[in-house]
Each structure stands twice: as C-alpha cells, then as structure tokens.
Design a protein around this ligand. Structure first.
Ligand code: ATP
Length: 213
C-alpha cells in the first residue's frame, strides 16, 4: 500500500475565509498531497482567545469545506483538554501514521513567530513544513529562523513525498489579502464581507448574527 502524504493546516478560523482555503488548496495541488486536514485550534495558546465558540467555528469550517474534496475538517484539537499545541497534534498523527509523510502548512507570518510555539524545535522531527507567502504581510523568512533551519531548507518539493519529515519548502500561493481580524472588524462596522467568504459561510454567519455583538 502506498504511504499517505498528508497536509496539516492549523488555524483559529475565527472565521475560516478565502485566504485560508486558497492557500490550503494551492499547496495541496502544487505538492500533490492526498489531502489537507484543516485543524481547528480550539484554545489557541499564542494569541487572543477567539470570538466565536469552538462549536460555531467548527460549523463554519465544515460548511466551508463542503465542496472541497481534498480538504477536510479536523476536530482533533477540540477533543483534547487545555491549550491546542501543534506539537501534541503532530505527535498524535505520527503515532497513528508512522510511515506517512506529514506536511505542516504555515503562512510566512505564522512561521516567523514559530519560536514562541511550545517545543518548536521538535516540529521538524515530526513533519515537514511548507511555508506559504501571505498577501499584505512581509514575506521574508526571519533571519534567526532561516539560520537555524538552514540544513532543512530544500528547493526540491519531491523530497517532501520521499521523506516522512524534516524538510522545509517555500511555496508561493495565489494572493488573497484577507484576514479574520479584518472580517470581524468589517462586520462590526457594517461593511461587506461576502467576497471574503464562501457563500455557505456567509449565509451561516448572517443567519446566526455571528460577530454582530
Ligand atoms: P486573525 O486575523 O484572527 O489572526 P487569520 O486570518 O490570520 O486570523 P488564522 O486562523 O490565525 O487566520 O491563520 C491560520 C493560518 O492561515 C496561518 O498559517 C496564516 O498564515 C494562514 N493565513 C491566514 N490568512 C491567510 C491568507 N489570506 N493568505 C495566506 N495564508 C493565510
């Protein structure tokens, strides 16, 4: 049986938007991942706590992925108690799928903040990392991190499938200058957000009055 090749895309998804979907889908196609698991960070440890409940964010995530056969919603971090540390998620995957090639997908600004993550040096022993650019952000790799990860950087994406973990590859994606913060701010100011979301998510947000109070 052929070993699996799985992408892991973590986020607070407060709410999931077209920037997330475009980046995940572009990486899936470019690297030819079997699937990308969109992991909802239930209690994000490195930032302000989300506005919407875990349940509502997961409903939006599931709705957003309805027509995305290669992207699927992952509730793994919701089922664990306490802060949602990515290192614990990767350890869980590694235990369950020892021979699988795992690819953690991060936007450049998230990657540049990696040193504040719990056990960040261990991540590369558990998975590859694919770093995408993000429209509207500074897309240079931070120098200390680039130095630390120098031996892991590769320009050959085929290595990601050949090895189970340990490589870092930079992948450009179609620019979509959207952030969840901006969506929340626009809703508070009664500005349009429909173009930043899937239709299903927009409708669900309208029906439930998400972010309006
Ligand atoms: P917030 O504005 O609330 O901080 P966000 O829009 O940045 O949210 P997150 O859920 O924090 O979204 O992001 C999860 C991941 O998605 C990160 O790796 C981030 O780099 C990536 N990401 C978010 N928005 C985009 C985008 N527009 N283009 C590419 N990557 C994105």
């Amino acid at each position: 049986m052929k070993a699996e090749f799985i992408g892991l895309y973590g986020g607070t998804f407060d709410p999931i938007h077209l920037g997330h979907l475009t980046a995940a889908s572009d990486v899936q196609k470019s690297i030819d991942l079997d699937e990308v698991r969109m992991i909802l960070s239930s209690i994000p440890p490195h930032r302000d706590q989300p506005v919407l409940s875990t349940k509502d964010r997961f409903s939006l995530l599931t709705m957003a992925l309805k027509n995305e056969p290669k992207l699927c919603a992952d509730s793994g971090e919701m089922e664990r108690e306490g802060p949602s540390y990515m290192v614990d998620t990767l350890k869980g995957y590694r235990k369950e799928k020892p021979d699988c090639s795992l690819v953690l997908i991060l936007g450049m600004e998230a990657f540049n903040g990696l040193m504040s993550w719990r056990c960040w040096e261990k991540l590369i022993d558990l998975a590859h990392i694919v770093v995408t650019d993000r429209a509207g952000f500074h897309n240079e790799m931070e120098k200390t991190l680039a130095g630390y990860f120098q031996p892991h950087l590769t320009k050959e994406k085929s290595q990601l499938k050949q090895l189970t973990h340990g490589k870092i590859y930079v992948q450009s994606v179609s620019p979509v200058a959207v952030s969840a913060t901006d969506i929340r701010r626009r809703i508070a100011n009664k500005e349009p957000v429909r173009h930043m979301l899937t239709n299903g998510c927009w409708e669900m947000m309208q029906e439930n009055g998400f972010y309006t109070h």
